[in-house]
Design a protein around this ligand. Sequence first.
Ligand code: ITT
Length: 198
Amino acid sequence: MKILVATHNKGKLREYTELLADLPVEWVSLSDVGIQRDVEETGETFEANARLKATVYARQSGLLTLADDSGLEVEVLDGAPGIQSARYAGPDASDKERYRLLLANLEGIPDEERQARFVCVIAVADHQGEVVTAEGVREGRITREPRGNHGFGYDPVFWVPEYQATMAELEPEVKNRLSHRALAVEAIRPKLEKLIEN
Ligand code: ITT
């Protein structure tokens, strides 16, 4: 069976192909099926946007489709950047510009008030619009300086207390054991296996 991993984010695509490698599935990407256009994320929650992306891309491709909406919630910023994580520093900003802006907005905030969490909601939709979802959350805090070269996005400024390292300092196999995305994958796995069997 073919499943579309519907993301334009190369970091996410790499992680899904690693996290789901054991399933008896041929994974295809948006570029494999010739879809270039982005879905406009008009929802007000991670779940709404994940559902939206999965259903639109499933309709366009005719394939069972997995999408995620994910991002970073910082407590002292009342949950920002949240669902705006990808657009935090404007539509064409780089990952580096986004985390630099975050560090600037947290200037002067002491370590104990820099708690944050990564959230990932996965939605899997079929071409008829049936959708299942699951969520994963990873707690941590925002550092004062970026560190590490692995991962993507806000990983260089996200401190994982259990490992005394930023997410970007962890080897990909380690991130894939503990990340918000890994937890969401474990939660969606039984539902996905049922869909594959049918
Ligand atoms: P798609 O919508 O095409 O999947 P996107 O990058 O626009 O790609 P989102 O709208 O879900 O995806 O935005 C996610 C944002 O949160 C984006 O800025 C990512 O860099 C960041 N993010 C998500 N997961 C992350 C992770 O595991 N590590 C670091 N940053 C992450």
